[in-house]
Design a protein around this ligand. Structure first.
Ligand code: FMN
Length: 183
């Protein structure tokens, strides 16, 4: 099968990683894949913050979990507790995509998928992490945005956890009923 199609069909969300760091080559290719993302009118309304520093990754995870605790959102807390102590599942690198004022979250979504597919094609695992947004709506939000070098006025769009997979997961089931083909 065509290699790109296979990468798309075989990608799945990985929720457990080894401690093996990414090589410089892997880091460089992920950066290139992120920057290759298309955007409306080529506005490139984003900033990519690649974080391999585990203390910083843990700080974002804790801030997000804190928001859920303060909101009494036991459903999310229970789901996360059953999965991993960290929102980012022990990933070697987390990419935070922040968006310029007024930018569409579609732009962040396309970048996230570029990263997820690039990771898969490099033999790495990934998981898109939307729950991390809770970190930026809590009291630590402004300090975290600054720590992650979000440009002035940019807001969290989405994040992607990437690393060497410690678990395996099959792709989700496709539902042909969700397709209409005319002509
Ligand atoms: C916008 C978006 C946000 C997501 N946020 C999370 C998240 O916070 N935590 C998580 O474990 N998975 C998250 N996921 C992964 C989805 O749960 C996953 O894509 C879905 O269950 C389908 O499984 P698959 O990716 O293995 O095909 C997110 C996916 C998307 C597209």
């Amino acid at each position: 099968m065509n290699e790109t199609i296979r990468t798309i069909l075989e990608r799945a969300s990985i929720r457990g990683f080894t401690a093996t760091p990414l090589t410089q080559d892997e880091r460089d290719l992920l950066v290139r894949a992120a920057l290759a993302t298309p955007s409306g009118m080529d506005a490139q309304p984003w900033h990519f913050t690649f974080v391999a520093d585990q203390t910083t990754i843990a700080a974002v995870s804790e801030a997000a979990l804190d928001t859920f605790r303060r909101a009494g959102n036991q459903t999310v807390l229970d789901r996360m507790a059953a999965r991993h102590p960290s929102l980012f599942y022990g990933a070697a690198v987390v990419v935070f995509i922040s968006l310029a004022p007024g930018a569409s979250s579609i732009e962040a979504g396309i970048a996230a998928q570029n990263l997820a597919l690039a990771a898969r094609s490099l033999g790495l695992g990934s998981c898109i992490i939307g729950l991390a947004g809770a970190a930026f709506s809590g009291p630590d939000g402004p300090a975290l945005s600054e720590r992650l070098d979000f440009p002035e006025g940019y807001v969290f769009g989405i994040s992607v956890a990437i690393g060497h997979p410690a678990v395996d997961k099959a792709p989700h089931a496709s539902d042909p009923a969700k397709v209409t083909w005319i002509g």
